[in-house]
Design a protein around this ligand. Structure first.
Ligand code: AHM
Ligand code: MG
Length: 337
């Protein structure tokens, strides 16, 4: 039973038996993410003080400029997960390929792989806007003790055993699920401990916030244009409020608490949208569903999509159940016309 003010450490131990294959391994893994999150948090908070902001001069696989803190966060999460020898593989949005982790005798007995977006929304760092880390955990599908293969990473979101995010905001929070609801923990920076502050988080079924980059309006599919028009209509409880930070974790987190929908659709310029299925959409979809919300690509459940490549992108509509259903209806109707 989740108790408010319980520490994350206590919560992990108390809820360990809820896991289907409880061996303590998944608990240790979440503990490592907690540790890396604190280290990254410390650095993110210093961003305005030290000369660390700015492009590191490298470009990631999607051709975007990497910022120094992206590189730092990526290194820290990979280092922590590797050094503690608790996973057999890591996929990161910042790395072209997955990393296979071998223990010293080359017989890694670990069962889990982690997929991570170490610092999402990092273009917001320069302007002191919240950013986040997104993670997703799967059991490997290839035999334990052999090197991981791409098949261990290209699993449907439905197969996730845990997922979550860290939001480096006005306060730092770790929000995660292991398939038994969603719980949020707030960091007390004075003592470096996360406390359960938001037990059993649930999307309000009906929300009044829509979050989408309307600057791309001209390039949206007709269904999205129609849904936006619906949101802006003066009728019943509408018009809704438009709120878009441009930092997925922050937009999702606000909508989870207040009720809303986040949309990053396909556009005529980006036919598969912008966000990555494995690092961003699946973990957010798992959290959404565990919090009584929904996540689709406009037509199909995100977690039913069979990935074909590590850095695959998909459109996403995610948040309060009734809002996502409505947007889906507009997508379907526009296709039938
Ligand atoms: P990133 O992984 O390169 O940081 O990009 C992901 C971010 C999301 O956090 C955010 O919701 C989206 O990109 C914003 O994109 P846009 O500026 O096109 O609206
Ligand atoms: Mg990202």
């Amino acid at each position: 039973m989740a108790k408010k003010n319980q520490t994350l450490g206590e919560f992990i131990i108390e809820n360990q038996t809820e896991f289907k294959y409880s061996s303590g391994e998944l608990s240790r893994l979440i503990n490592s993410i907690r540790l890396a999150a604190k280290v990254v948090n410390h650095e993110v908070n210093k961003a305005g003080l030290v000369d660390i902001i700015g492009a590191a001069g490298e470009t990631n696989i999607q051709g975007e400029d990497q910022q120094k803190l992206d590189v730092y966060a990526n290194d820290k999460f990979i280092q922590t997960l590797t050094n503690r020898n608790i996973v057999c593989g890591i996929g990161s949005e910042e790395n072209d390929d997955f990393i296979a982790i071998n223990s010293s005798d080359d017989k890694n007995q670990n069962k889990y792989v982690v997929l991570i977006d170490p610092l999402d929304g990092s273009s917001n760092i320069d302007v002191n806007v919240s950013v986040g880390t997104i993670f997703s955990i799967y059991r490997r599908v290839t035999p334990v003790g052999t090197p991981v293969t791409i098949d261990d990473f290209l699993q449907k979101g439905d197969q996730q055993v845990a997922a979550g995010y860290v939001i480096y905001g006005t306060s730092t929070m770790l929000v995660y699920t292991t398939g038994h609801g969603v719980n949020g923990f707030t960091l007390n920076p004075a003592i470096g401990t996360f406390y359960l502050s938001h037990p059993n988080m649930q999307f309000p079924e009906v929300g009044r916030i829509y979050s989408i980059n309307e600057g791309n309006y001209a390039h949206f599919p007709q269904g999205v244009k129609d849904y936006i028009k619906y949101c802006q209509e003066e009728k019943e409880d509408r018009p809704y409020t438009s709120r878009y930070i441009g930092s997925l974790v922050s937009d999702f987190h606000r909508n989870l608490i207040k009720g809303g929908i986040y949309i990053y659709p396909q556009t005529s310029k980006a036919p598969n949208g912008k966000l990555r299925l494995l690092y961003e959409c699946n973990p957010m979809a798992y959290l959404a569903e565990q919090a009584n919300g929904l996540a689709t690509d406009g037509f199909q459940r995100i977690m039913d999509i069979k990935p074909t490549e590590l850095h695959q992108r998909v459109p996403i509509f995610c948040g309060s159940r009734k809002m996502v259903e409505k947007a889906k209806e507009f997508m379907k109707n526009s296709q039938e016309k």
